[in-house]
Design a protein around this ligand. Structure first.
Ligand SMILES: [Zn+2]
Length: 277
């Protein structure tokens, strides 16, 4: 089963520091096992949600911010059997590579893709896509056997980006801010509406929420995007797993809530698979 598991849905400094939402990045089981943007706590959350870090094929880092690269080295250690055998690939934006030690770089293949460049992790085809006004970051398009998964990464809004998001089965958008707070370097709900309306994925998933977004309630912001765009839109939750073929979601096994961590979830949660469409 091809799936996407959110090891964290927090973004921005204060959410990361408080861990009001986790910051472990996104785990992809899509023929290859990939950890995408392993922020602080990625290893812990992967273990918590029952992921086999020793089976990783690749670590992806979209840009040089700590909430995206912090756990890259430890995930590479897991991927290389504790640095005992060279294995797997680090895919990383050029400017972020300097944050990875020589020691770690020496134990994996390294790809620093240019905008629009296509490359492969074993049989899986991937394309790097541009971001706007965000520290030379890159997004990614994953060409899975169940359709295209597109990840915007952190980016400012620019109309020219939207073409890159078309033909996606699932479009994952890092929407840090809610309606009413705009930024040149990040998306807010209004930007997401424009993108989703035009890119028309089967499903849009918003994540990487900052404090204002959490206070506005991401679930309601997602509903706004859905109403305006006509595209089913979900606010990701920590531990949420999506079956890419069936487009169902479930909470991950082995889920442990610490304290009142999940207090800002306003949706009803269930052990059952929920149909998204
Ligand atoms: Zn970020």
């Amino acid at each position: 089963m091809n799936s996407i598991t959110f090891l964290g849905t927090g973004g921005g400094r204060f959410v990361i520091l408080s861990q009001r939402r986790y910051s472990g990045g996104i785990w992809l089981d899509i023929g290859q096992r990939i950890i995408l943007d392993p922020g602080p706590g990625s290893l812990i959350r992967a273990l918590q949600y029952g992921k086999r870090c020793d089976k990783l094929d690749a670590v992806f880092v979209s840009h040089k911010h700590l909430d995206h690269y912090n756990d890259a080295e430890i995930m590479m250690e897991a991927m290389t059997a504790g640095m005992k055998k060279k294995h797997g690939t680090l895919v990383i934006s050029g400017p972020a590579l300097e944050y990875i030690s020589e020691y770690h770089r020496s134990m994996a293949d390294i790809i620093t893709p240019k905008n629009n460049e296509k490359f492969k992790i074993n049989e899986l085809e991937i394309q790097a896509i541009p971001t706007y006004n965000h520290f030379e970051g890159i997004g990614f398009k994953f060409f899975t056997s169940d359709g295209i998964i597109t990840y915007t990464s952190d980016t400012g809004f620019h109309e020219d980006l939207i073409g890159n998001y078309k033909n996606s089965k699932i479009l994952i958008l890092n929407v840090i801010f809610p309606t009413g707070k705009s930024s040149d370097a990040h998306l807010n709900t209004m930007d997401a509406i424009r993108i989703v309306k035009e890119a028309k994925p089967e499903i849009a998933i918003i994540q990487h929420f900052g404090m204002r977004m959490l206070n506005s309630n991401p679930y309601l912001e997602a509903k706004k995007i859905e109403m305006e765009s006509g595209v089913k839109t979900i606010a990701a939750r920590d531990g949420m797993a999506i079956d890419i073929e069936k487009l169902t979601s479930a909470e991950s096994d082995n889920m442990i809530f610490f304290g009142n961590h999940s207090s800002d979830f306003s949706e009803e949660k269930s052990d059952k698979q929920i149909k998204l469409m």
